[in-house]
Design a protein around this ligand. Structure first.
Ligand SMILES: O=CN(O)C[C@@H](CC1CCCC1)C(=O)N1NCCC[C@H]1C(=O)Nc1ccccn1
Ligand code: NI
Length: 185
């Protein structure tokens, strides 16, 4: 199982690489790793397991965070976290194919399991995104996301491009709310 010791931290070069696309048919190792990543995110939200294995609660993880520079992510939002609808996905080669002009941001800013410090500031992201990704069988999916799932998936796709959340904070005015950004309420 994946635990915090497997998660690389800020300063590790892999976090700043552009990850490689996966090819299909997927090798078994990538399939297993992706399932382990989803399991980690779910485990991290279970108070008993998080306590037992010292996991920092997370809602998503990208392969580069466990030092695998390949383009796949896992996201898990419980129904409590996502307006009564569970959101659970493993995405291979995820891509934003279009997005809204309007932007959104979490009112409390963002953190990252690979960043062991608090960085205050608004992280503007597209409010709505149309994404394309492949599942482990190589089936193509297209999905429109908004609100919290849209923010989480954009945070994870950033990891595939070597981007960390604080790269998106305005250094001159980190806490300012740009006109075109609506806080997620
Ligand atoms: O790349 C992936 N990561 O770095 C894990 C991050 C991803 C989220 C950060 C903002 C958008 C995506 C993550 O989940 N966190 N960031 C660090 C500590 C907190 C934790 C978190 O927000 N936990 C949480 C939130 C709601 C409910 C349950 N748990
Ligand atoms: Ni992160």
């Amino acid at each position: 199982m994946i635990t915090m010791k497997d998660i690389i931290r800020e300063g590790h070069p892999t976090l700043r690489k552009v990850a490689e696309e996966v090819t299909f048919p997927l090798d078994d190792a990538s399939k297993q790793t992706a399932q382990d990543m989803l399991e980690f995110v779910k485990n991290s939200q279970d108070p008993e397991l998080a306590e037992k294995y010292d996991l920092r609660p997370g809602v998503g993880i990208a392969a580069p965070q466990i030092d695998i520079s390949k383009r796949f992510i896992a996201v898990y939002l419980s129904e409590e976290e996502n307006d009564g609808q569970e959101f659970s996905r493993i995405m291979f080669n995820p891509k934003i194919i279009s997005h809204s002009a309007g932007k959104t941001a979490l009112p409390t800013g963002e953190g990252c399991l690979s960043v062991d410090r608090k960085v205050a500031g608004i992280v503007p992201r597209a409010a709505r995104v149309k994404i394309q990704y492949f599942d482990q069988d190589g089936q193509k999916h297209e999905e429109r996301l908004r609100n919290y799932p849209a923010i989480v998936v954009q945070h994870e796709i950033d990891h595939l491009n070597g981007v960390l959340f604080f790269d998106r904070i305005d250094p001159d005015n980190p806490l300012a709310l740009p006109d075109d950004v609506e806080l997620l309420g």
